[in-house]
Design a protein around this ligand. Structure first.
Ligand code: NAD
Length: 449
Protein backbone atom coordinates (compact mmCIF):
# COMPACT_ATOMS: atom_id res chain seq x y z
CA UNK A 1 0.00 0.00 0.00
CA UNK A 2 1.40 3.44 -0.86
CA UNK A 3 1.57 5.81 2.09
CA UNK A 4 0.22 9.33 2.10
CA UNK A 5 2.50 12.36 1.84
CA UNK A 6 2.19 13.04 5.56
CA UNK A 7 2.83 9.40 6.47
CA UNK A 8 5.95 9.43 4.30
CA UNK A 9 7.16 12.58 6.06
CA UNK A 10 6.47 11.03 9.47
CA UNK A 11 8.50 7.93 8.53
CA UNK A 12 11.49 10.05 7.52
CA UNK A 13 11.21 11.98 10.77
CA UNK A 14 11.03 8.81 12.85
CA UNK A 15 14.12 7.43 11.13
CA UNK A 16 16.23 10.54 11.82
CA UNK A 17 14.89 10.73 15.39
CA UNK A 18 16.06 7.19 16.01
CA UNK A 19 19.61 8.03 14.96
CA UNK A 20 19.62 10.94 17.39
CA UNK A 21 17.85 8.99 20.16
CA UNK A 22 15.46 11.93 20.26
CA UNK A 23 13.44 12.39 23.42
CA UNK A 24 10.04 10.69 22.89
CA UNK A 25 8.17 13.77 24.07
CA UNK A 26 9.77 15.96 21.40
CA UNK A 27 9.24 13.24 18.81
CA UNK A 28 5.56 13.04 19.73
CA UNK A 29 5.29 16.85 19.40
CA UNK A 30 6.78 16.68 15.91
CA UNK A 31 4.79 13.66 14.76
CA UNK A 32 1.57 15.52 15.57
CA UNK A 33 0.86 19.11 14.50
CA UNK A 34 0.02 21.55 17.30
CA UNK A 35 -3.21 22.58 15.60
CA UNK A 36 -5.17 21.76 12.45
CA UNK A 37 -7.74 24.25 11.25
CA UNK A 38 -10.48 23.69 8.68
CA UNK A 39 -12.43 26.66 7.44
CA UNK A 40 -15.41 27.01 5.15
CA UNK A 41 -15.09 29.82 2.65
CA UNK A 42 -18.34 30.76 0.90
CA UNK A 43 -17.74 33.12 -2.02
CA UNK A 44 -20.22 34.99 -4.23
CA UNK A 45 -19.23 34.25 -7.82
CA UNK A 46 -19.50 36.74 -10.68
CA UNK A 47 -22.75 35.17 -11.95
CA UNK A 48 -24.39 35.63 -8.54
CA UNK A 49 -24.32 32.07 -7.21
CA UNK A 50 -22.46 31.23 -4.02
CA UNK A 51 -19.72 28.61 -4.09
CA UNK A 52 -18.28 26.95 -1.02
CA UNK A 53 -14.54 26.30 -0.80
CA UNK A 54 -12.58 24.39 1.82
CA UNK A 55 -9.57 26.06 3.42
CA UNK A 56 -6.87 24.72 5.75
CA UNK A 57 -4.18 25.96 8.07
CA UNK A 58 -1.91 23.60 9.95
CA UNK A 59 0.24 25.04 12.73
CA UNK A 60 2.79 22.33 13.12
CA UNK A 61 5.25 23.63 15.70
CA UNK A 62 6.25 26.92 17.34
CA UNK A 63 9.08 25.50 19.41
CA UNK A 64 11.52 27.91 17.76
CA UNK A 65 9.26 30.92 17.10
CA UNK A 66 5.97 31.99 15.50
CA UNK A 67 4.43 29.55 13.02
CA UNK A 68 5.52 30.34 9.46
CA UNK A 69 4.49 28.91 6.11
CA UNK A 70 2.92 29.53 2.75
CA UNK A 71 -0.58 29.29 1.34
CA UNK A 72 -1.30 27.10 -1.65
CA UNK A 73 -4.29 27.37 -4.01
CA UNK A 74 -4.62 24.11 -5.93
CA UNK A 75 -7.30 21.48 -6.65
CA UNK A 76 -5.17 18.81 -4.94
CA UNK A 77 -4.83 20.63 -1.61
CA UNK A 78 -6.09 18.55 1.33
CA UNK A 79 -5.36 18.19 5.03
CA UNK A 80 -2.85 15.39 4.53
CA UNK A 81 -0.77 17.47 2.13
CA UNK A 82 -0.96 20.58 4.31
CA UNK A 83 0.21 18.65 7.39
CA UNK A 84 3.29 17.41 5.53
CA UNK A 85 4.04 20.86 4.15
CA UNK A 86 3.70 22.43 7.63
CA UNK A 87 6.05 19.84 9.12
CA UNK A 88 8.66 20.53 6.43
CA UNK A 89 8.46 24.24 7.36
CA UNK A 90 9.34 23.40 10.97
CA UNK A 91 12.36 21.42 9.76
CA UNK A 92 13.37 24.06 7.23
CA UNK A 93 13.28 27.02 9.60
CA UNK A 94 15.33 25.03 12.11
CA UNK A 95 17.85 23.93 9.49
CA UNK A 96 18.53 27.44 8.15
CA UNK A 97 18.28 28.88 11.65
CA UNK A 98 15.53 31.45 11.33
CA UNK A 99 13.57 32.01 14.55
CA UNK A 100 10.26 30.68 13.28
CA UNK A 101 8.29 27.47 13.58
CA UNK A 102 6.34 25.73 10.84
CA UNK A 103 2.86 26.01 9.37
CA UNK A 104 1.15 25.82 6.01
CA UNK A 105 -2.26 26.42 4.54
CA UNK A 106 -4.29 26.40 1.42
CA UNK A 107 -7.59 26.19 -0.36
CA UNK A 108 -8.84 23.35 -2.54
CA UNK A 109 -9.45 25.35 -5.69
CA UNK A 110 -8.29 25.73 -9.27
CA UNK A 111 -7.57 29.46 -9.24
CA UNK A 112 -7.18 29.49 -13.03
CA UNK A 113 -10.94 28.94 -13.26
CA UNK A 114 -11.70 32.08 -11.20
CA UNK A 115 -11.91 35.67 -12.36
CA UNK A 116 -9.61 38.21 -10.69
CA UNK A 117 -12.53 39.50 -8.62
CA UNK A 118 -13.54 36.00 -7.51
CA UNK A 119 -9.95 35.25 -6.50
CA UNK A 120 -9.82 38.45 -4.45
CA UNK A 121 -13.15 37.70 -2.71
CA UNK A 122 -11.99 34.15 -1.97
CA UNK A 123 -8.72 35.41 -0.47
CA UNK A 124 -10.35 38.10 1.63
CA UNK A 125 -12.96 35.70 3.03
CA UNK A 126 -10.27 33.09 3.76
CA UNK A 127 -8.29 35.79 5.59
CA UNK A 128 -11.31 36.74 7.69
CA UNK A 129 -11.65 33.09 8.72
CA UNK A 130 -7.95 32.85 9.59
CA UNK A 131 -7.60 36.21 11.37
CA UNK A 132 -8.12 34.83 14.89
CA UNK A 133 -5.20 32.40 14.44
CA UNK A 134 -2.66 34.39 12.44
CA UNK A 135 -0.63 37.50 13.30
CA UNK A 136 2.92 38.87 13.25
CA UNK A 137 3.95 37.03 16.42
CA UNK A 138 1.54 34.11 16.01
CA UNK A 139 1.51 32.71 12.46
CA UNK A 140 2.76 34.42 9.31
CA UNK A 141 1.59 33.20 5.88
CA UNK A 142 3.54 33.61 2.61
CA UNK A 143 3.19 32.67 -1.08
CA UNK A 144 3.31 29.10 -2.39
CA UNK A 145 1.87 27.38 -5.47
CA UNK A 146 -0.56 29.69 -7.31
CA UNK A 147 -0.33 32.48 -4.75
CA UNK A 148 1.67 35.66 -5.30
CA UNK A 149 2.51 39.15 -3.94
CA UNK A 150 -0.89 40.56 -4.95
CA UNK A 151 -2.68 37.84 -2.95
CA UNK A 152 -0.38 38.51 0.02
CA UNK A 153 -1.32 42.20 -0.15
CA UNK A 154 -5.05 41.34 -0.01
CA UNK A 155 -4.34 39.23 3.08
CA UNK A 156 -2.42 42.06 4.74
CA UNK A 157 -5.22 44.58 4.04
CA UNK A 158 -8.00 42.26 5.15
CA UNK A 159 -6.18 41.29 8.34
CA UNK A 160 -5.83 44.94 9.36
CA UNK A 161 -9.45 45.68 8.51
CA UNK A 162 -10.67 42.67 10.48
CA UNK A 163 -8.51 43.37 13.54
CA UNK A 164 -9.59 46.98 13.61
CA UNK A 165 -13.26 46.15 13.18
CA UNK A 166 -13.25 43.45 15.86
CA UNK A 167 -10.45 44.78 18.08
CA UNK A 168 -9.09 41.25 17.93
CA UNK A 169 -5.92 40.67 19.95
CA UNK A 170 -5.44 44.41 20.61
CA UNK A 171 -5.74 43.78 24.31
CA UNK A 172 -5.75 47.41 25.42
CA UNK A 173 -8.34 48.24 22.79
CA UNK A 174 -5.97 50.94 21.66
CA UNK A 175 -4.47 50.08 18.32
CA UNK A 176 -2.32 53.22 18.43
CA UNK A 177 -0.05 51.11 20.61
CA UNK A 178 0.68 48.66 17.82
CA UNK A 179 4.21 49.07 16.45
CA UNK A 180 4.16 50.85 13.09
CA UNK A 181 4.98 47.94 10.80
CA UNK A 182 2.75 45.54 12.73
CA UNK A 183 0.08 44.96 10.13
CA UNK A 184 2.65 44.64 7.34
CA UNK A 185 4.37 41.86 9.29
CA UNK A 186 1.31 39.56 9.28
CA UNK A 187 2.31 38.15 5.91
CA UNK A 188 5.49 37.99 3.81
CA UNK A 189 5.99 37.98 0.07
CA UNK A 190 4.10 41.28 -0.31
CA UNK A 191 4.78 43.62 -3.23
CA UNK A 192 7.95 45.64 -2.53
CA UNK A 193 6.07 48.95 -2.65
CA UNK A 194 3.65 47.58 0.01
CA UNK A 195 6.20 46.53 2.60
CA UNK A 196 7.61 43.49 0.82
CA UNK A 197 11.33 42.80 0.80
CA UNK A 198 13.60 43.34 -2.13
CA UNK A 199 14.78 39.93 -3.31
CA UNK A 200 11.84 37.90 -1.89
CA UNK A 201 10.48 36.94 -5.31
CA UNK A 202 13.84 35.53 -6.40
CA UNK A 203 14.82 34.16 -2.99
CA UNK A 204 13.76 30.51 -3.28
CA UNK A 205 15.26 30.01 -6.75
CA UNK A 206 18.43 31.94 -5.94
CA UNK A 207 18.80 30.09 -2.63
CA UNK A 208 18.55 26.77 -4.47
CA UNK A 209 21.27 27.95 -6.85
CA UNK A 210 23.62 28.71 -3.94
CA UNK A 211 22.93 25.29 -2.42
CA UNK A 212 23.61 23.41 -5.65
CA UNK A 213 26.78 25.35 -6.47
CA UNK A 214 28.12 24.91 -2.93
CA UNK A 215 27.63 21.14 -3.07
CA UNK A 216 29.19 20.86 -6.53
CA UNK A 217 32.17 22.81 -5.28
CA UNK A 218 32.54 20.47 -2.27
CA UNK A 219 32.42 17.51 -4.62
CA UNK A 220 35.06 19.10 -6.86
CA UNK A 221 32.69 19.31 -9.82
CA UNK A 222 32.80 22.17 -12.30
CA UNK A 223 29.23 23.42 -12.89
CA UNK A 224 30.12 24.93 -16.29
CA UNK A 225 28.29 23.09 -19.03
CA UNK A 226 26.45 20.66 -16.73
CA UNK A 227 23.00 20.01 -18.17
CA UNK A 228 19.84 20.76 -16.20
CA UNK A 229 16.13 19.96 -16.67
CA UNK A 230 13.55 21.87 -14.62
CA UNK A 231 10.02 20.58 -13.99
CA UNK A 232 7.80 23.51 -12.95
CA UNK A 233 8.46 26.89 -14.55
CA UNK A 234 6.74 29.01 -11.92
CA UNK A 235 8.19 31.38 -9.38
CA UNK A 236 10.77 28.94 -8.06
CA UNK A 237 11.72 27.18 -11.31
CA UNK A 238 12.11 30.42 -13.26
CA UNK A 239 14.52 32.09 -10.87
CA UNK A 240 16.46 28.90 -10.33
CA UNK A 241 16.89 28.40 -14.11
CA UNK A 242 18.08 32.01 -14.43
CA UNK A 243 20.67 31.71 -11.70
CA UNK A 244 22.00 28.36 -12.94
CA UNK A 245 22.31 29.68 -16.50
CA UNK A 246 24.16 32.72 -15.14
CA UNK A 247 26.57 30.33 -13.40
CA UNK A 248 27.42 28.77 -16.78
CA UNK A 249 25.22 25.69 -16.49
CA UNK A 250 23.33 24.48 -19.52
CA UNK A 251 19.56 24.52 -18.88
CA UNK A 252 18.22 22.24 -21.61
CA UNK A 253 14.59 21.60 -20.61
CA UNK A 254 11.76 23.48 -18.92
CA UNK A 255 8.16 22.49 -18.31
CA UNK A 256 4.99 23.63 -16.61
CA UNK A 257 1.87 21.57 -15.91
CA UNK A 258 0.79 21.62 -19.57
CA UNK A 259 4.04 20.59 -21.26
CA UNK A 260 7.56 21.71 -21.95
CA UNK A 261 10.48 22.31 -24.27
CA UNK A 262 13.72 20.35 -24.61
CA UNK A 263 16.67 21.74 -26.55
CA UNK A 264 19.63 19.37 -26.07
CA UNK A 265 22.09 22.11 -27.10
CA UNK A 266 20.79 24.41 -24.37
CA UNK A 267 18.12 27.08 -23.94
CA UNK A 268 19.93 30.27 -24.80
CA UNK A 269 17.79 32.88 -23.10
CA UNK A 270 15.69 31.86 -20.08
CA UNK A 271 14.30 35.41 -19.88
CA UNK A 272 12.87 35.12 -23.41
CA UNK A 273 11.10 31.85 -22.50
CA UNK A 274 9.76 33.54 -19.36
CA UNK A 275 8.41 36.40 -21.44
CA UNK A 276 6.86 33.94 -23.93
CA UNK A 277 5.18 32.01 -21.10
CA UNK A 278 3.87 35.26 -19.60
CA UNK A 279 2.29 36.13 -22.96
CA UNK A 280 0.96 32.69 -23.97
CA UNK A 281 0.23 31.31 -20.52
CA UNK A 282 2.21 28.10 -21.24
CA UNK A 283 5.85 27.24 -21.78
CA UNK A 284 5.03 24.68 -24.47
CA UNK A 285 6.05 26.00 -27.91
CA UNK A 286 8.33 28.72 -26.48
CA UNK A 287 11.26 27.99 -28.77
CA UNK A 288 13.08 31.32 -28.80
CA UNK A 289 15.63 32.75 -31.20
CA UNK A 290 16.41 36.24 -29.95
CA UNK A 291 13.12 37.63 -28.76
CA UNK A 292 11.07 35.67 -31.31
CA UNK A 293 9.54 32.61 -29.70
CA UNK A 294 7.42 30.16 -31.65
CA UNK A 295 6.96 26.61 -32.74
CA UNK A 296 8.62 27.26 -36.10
CA UNK A 297 11.97 27.67 -34.34
CA UNK A 298 11.73 24.17 -32.90
CA UNK A 299 13.44 22.46 -35.82
CA UNK A 300 16.12 25.14 -36.21
CA UNK A 301 17.05 24.69 -32.55
CA UNK A 302 16.92 20.90 -32.72
CA UNK A 303 14.23 21.05 -30.06
CA UNK A 304 11.60 18.55 -28.95
CA UNK A 305 8.40 18.90 -26.99
CA UNK A 306 8.57 17.16 -23.62
CA UNK A 307 5.87 16.24 -21.13
CA UNK A 308 6.09 17.23 -17.44
CA UNK A 309 6.62 13.54 -16.62
CA UNK A 310 9.22 12.80 -19.28
CA UNK A 311 11.34 15.81 -18.31
CA UNK A 312 12.45 13.94 -15.18
CA UNK A 313 14.00 11.06 -17.14
CA UNK A 314 15.90 13.06 -19.79
CA UNK A 315 19.64 12.39 -20.28
CA UNK A 316 20.88 15.32 -18.18
CA UNK A 317 23.27 15.81 -15.26
CA UNK A 318 20.76 17.40 -12.90
CA UNK A 319 16.98 17.23 -12.63
CA UNK A 320 15.05 19.82 -10.69
CA UNK A 321 11.50 18.99 -9.60
CA UNK A 322 10.10 22.47 -8.89
CA UNK A 323 6.33 21.84 -8.95
CA UNK A 324 4.52 19.40 -6.68
CA UNK A 325 5.01 16.43 -4.32
CA UNK A 326 5.56 12.76 -5.12
CA UNK A 327 6.66 13.13 -8.75
CA UNK A 328 9.72 10.87 -8.31
CA UNK A 329 8.42 7.42 -7.48
CA UNK A 330 9.40 3.78 -7.41
CA UNK A 331 8.07 3.60 -10.96
CA UNK A 332 10.17 6.33 -12.63
CA UNK A 333 13.23 6.44 -10.30
CA UNK A 334 14.93 3.50 -12.10
CA UNK A 335 14.67 5.50 -15.35
CA UNK A 336 16.18 8.73 -14.02
CA UNK A 337 19.43 9.38 -15.87
CA UNK A 338 20.66 12.38 -13.88
CA UNK A 339 23.33 12.08 -11.19
CA UNK A 340 21.78 14.84 -9.04
CA UNK A 341 18.24 15.68 -7.96
CA UNK A 342 17.79 19.22 -6.66
CA UNK A 343 14.48 19.22 -4.77
CA UNK A 344 13.11 22.72 -5.23
CA UNK A 345 9.53 21.49 -4.76
CA UNK A 346 8.51 20.29 -1.32
CA UNK A 347 8.40 16.51 -1.05
CA UNK A 348 8.95 15.59 -4.71
CA UNK A 349 10.64 12.25 -3.92
CA UNK A 350 8.77 9.35 -2.34
CA UNK A 351 10.44 7.09 0.23
CA UNK A 352 10.62 4.28 -2.32
CA UNK A 353 12.26 6.54 -4.92
CA UNK A 354 14.79 7.68 -2.31
CA UNK A 355 15.81 4.06 -1.79
CA UNK A 356 16.24 3.55 -5.55
CA UNK A 357 18.38 6.69 -5.82
CA UNK A 358 20.56 5.61 -2.90
CA UNK A 359 21.15 2.24 -4.55
CA UNK A 360 21.94 3.85 -7.89
CA UNK A 361 24.34 6.45 -6.44
CA UNK A 362 22.14 9.41 -7.37
CA UNK A 363 22.60 12.34 -4.98
CA UNK A 364 19.41 13.99 -3.73
CA UNK A 365 19.78 17.54 -2.41
CA UNK A 366 16.81 17.67 -0.04
CA UNK A 367 13.89 20.09 -0.16
CA UNK A 368 14.23 21.42 3.38
CA UNK A 369 17.63 22.75 2.40
CA UNK A 370 17.29 23.41 -1.35
CA UNK A 371 14.15 25.54 -1.19
CA UNK A 372 14.73 27.27 2.15
CA UNK A 373 15.82 30.55 0.54
CA UNK A 374 12.19 31.70 0.46
CA UNK A 375 11.67 31.48 4.19
CA UNK A 376 15.06 33.05 4.85
CA UNK A 377 14.11 36.20 2.95
CA UNK A 378 10.59 36.03 4.40
CA UNK A 379 12.29 36.34 7.77
CA UNK A 380 14.24 39.37 6.50
CA UNK A 381 10.96 40.88 5.29
CA UNK A 382 9.31 40.32 8.67
CA UNK A 383 12.32 41.89 10.44
CA UNK A 384 12.24 44.92 8.15
CA UNK A 385 8.52 45.37 8.83
CA UNK A 386 8.87 45.02 12.60
CA UNK A 387 11.83 47.43 12.68
CA UNK A 388 10.49 49.80 10.04
CA UNK A 389 13.59 49.32 7.93
CA UNK A 390 14.19 48.94 4.18
CA UNK A 391 17.14 46.87 3.06
CA UNK A 392 18.77 47.16 -0.37
CA UNK A 393 18.46 44.21 -2.73
CA UNK A 394 22.24 43.62 -2.77
CA UNK A 395 22.24 43.44 1.03
CA UNK A 396 19.32 40.97 1.08
CA UNK A 397 20.84 38.72 -1.56
CA UNK A 398 24.28 38.78 0.06
CA UNK A 399 22.79 37.80 3.44
CA UNK A 400 20.77 35.05 1.74
CA UNK A 401 23.87 33.59 0.09
CA UNK A 402 25.75 33.53 3.37
CA UNK A 403 22.86 31.94 5.28
CA UNK A 404 22.33 29.24 2.64
CA UNK A 405 26.04 28.42 2.52
CA UNK A 406 26.14 28.10 6.30
CA UNK A 407 23.25 25.61 6.13
CA UNK A 408 25.00 23.63 3.38
CA UNK A 409 28.11 23.42 5.56
CA UNK A 410 26.06 22.10 8.46
CA UNK A 411 24.38 19.43 6.30
CA UNK A 412 27.73 18.46 4.81
CA UNK A 413 29.34 18.04 8.24
CA UNK A 414 26.41 16.00 9.55
CA UNK A 415 26.48 13.75 6.47
CA UNK A 416 30.17 12.99 7.09
CA UNK A 417 29.76 12.55 10.84
CA UNK A 418 26.75 10.23 10.71
CA UNK A 419 27.62 8.66 7.32
CA UNK A 420 24.11 9.30 6.02
CA UNK A 421 22.43 10.79 2.96
CA UNK A 422 22.14 14.56 2.61
CA UNK A 423 18.43 14.28 3.47
CA UNK A 424 19.05 12.43 6.68
CA UNK A 425 21.88 14.81 7.54
CA UNK A 426 19.55 17.78 7.01
CA UNK A 427 16.91 16.16 9.25
CA UNK A 428 19.48 15.45 11.97
CA UNK A 429 20.85 19.02 11.86
CA UNK A 430 17.31 20.44 12.07
CA UNK A 431 16.35 18.10 14.91
CA UNK A 432 19.42 19.09 16.92
CA UNK A 433 18.31 22.74 16.77
CA UNK A 434 14.73 21.84 17.67
CA UNK A 435 15.96 19.73 20.58
CA UNK A 436 18.01 22.64 21.91
CA UNK A 437 15.04 25.04 21.79
CA UNK A 438 12.74 22.39 23.25
CA UNK A 439 15.05 21.88 26.22
CA UNK A 440 15.30 25.61 26.80
CA UNK A 441 11.54 26.03 26.71
CA UNK A 442 10.54 23.02 28.82
CA UNK A 443 11.49 22.89 32.51
CA UNK A 444 11.14 19.13 32.57
CA UNK A 445 14.08 18.97 30.26
CA UNK A 446 16.55 20.96 32.31
CA UNK A 447 18.07 18.02 34.05
CA UNK A 448 18.84 16.24 30.78
CA UNK A 449 21.99 16.56 28.76
P1 NAD B 1 4.10 28.46 -8.83
O1 NAD B 1 2.64 28.37 -8.73
O2 NAD B 1 4.72 29.78 -9.09
O3 NAD B 1 4.64 27.47 -9.96
C1 NAD B 1 4.34 26.10 -9.99
C2 NAD B 1 4.76 25.56 -11.33
O4 NAD B 1 4.56 24.15 -11.35
C3 NAD B 1 3.94 26.11 -12.50
O5 NAD B 1 4.79 26.32 -13.60
C4 NAD B 1 2.97 24.97 -12.80
O6 NAD B 1 2.52 24.97 -14.15
C5 NAD B 1 3.86 23.80 -12.53
N1 NAD B 1 3.13 22.56 -12.30
C6 NAD B 1 2.00 22.36 -11.58
N2 NAD B 1 1.64 21.08 -11.65
C7 NAD B 1 2.57 20.46 -12.39
C8 NAD B 1 2.75 19.13 -12.83
N3 NAD B 1 1.89 18.17 -12.48
N4 NAD B 1 3.83 18.87 -13.60
C9 NAD B 1 4.71 19.82 -13.95
N5 NAD B 1 4.58 21.09 -13.57
C10 NAD B 1 3.52 21.40 -12.81
O7 NAD B 1 4.67 27.82 -7.48
P2 NAD B 1 6.09 28.02 -6.83
O8 NAD B 1 5.98 29.06 -5.80
O9 NAD B 1 7.11 28.14 -7.90
O10 NAD B 1 6.26 26.64 -6.05
C11 NAD B 1 6.79 25.47 -6.67
C12 NAD B 1 7.26 24.50 -5.61
O11 NAD B 1 8.25 25.12 -4.78
C13 NAD B 1 6.18 24.02 -4.63
O12 NAD B 1 6.44 22.69 -4.27
C14 NAD B 1 6.35 24.92 -3.43
O13 NAD B 1 5.85 24.35 -2.25
C15 NAD B 1 7.86 25.03 -3.42
N6 NAD B 1 8.35 26.19 -2.68
C16 NAD B 1 7.98 27.45 -3.02
C17 NAD B 1 8.49 28.53 -2.33
C18 NAD B 1 8.19 29.95 -2.70
O14 NAD B 1 8.83 30.86 -2.15
N7 NAD B 1 7.30 30.22 -3.63
C19 NAD B 1 9.35 28.31 -1.23
C20 NAD B 1 9.72 27.00 -0.92
C21 NAD B 1 9.21 25.95 -1.64
Amino acid sequence: MTSSTWEGAQKRLARAAERLALNPLLLAELLHPDRTINVSVPVPMDDGHVELFEGYRVQHSNIRGPYKGGLRYHPRVDMDEVKALAFWMTMKTALVDVPFGGSKGGITVDPKKLSGEELERLTREFTRKLTPVIGPTMDIPAPDVNTNPKIMQWIREEYEREIKSQKLNVKSGNEEKMPKGWYDAVVTGKPVEKGGSEGRVEATGFGGGHVLLSFLSKLGKDPAGMTVAVQGFGNVGTHLAEVLAAAGMNVVALSDSKGGIYIPGGIEDIGAVEQCKAEKGIVSGCYCIGSVCDLHNKEKLGGQDVSPEKILTLPVDIIVPAALENVLTEENAPRVQAKFVLEMANGPTTLAADAVFAKRGITVIPDILANAGGVVVSYYEWLQNMRKERWEKEEVLAKLKKQMETAVESVWIHAQEYKVSLREAAYIAALERLRKSFRESRNIYHSEK
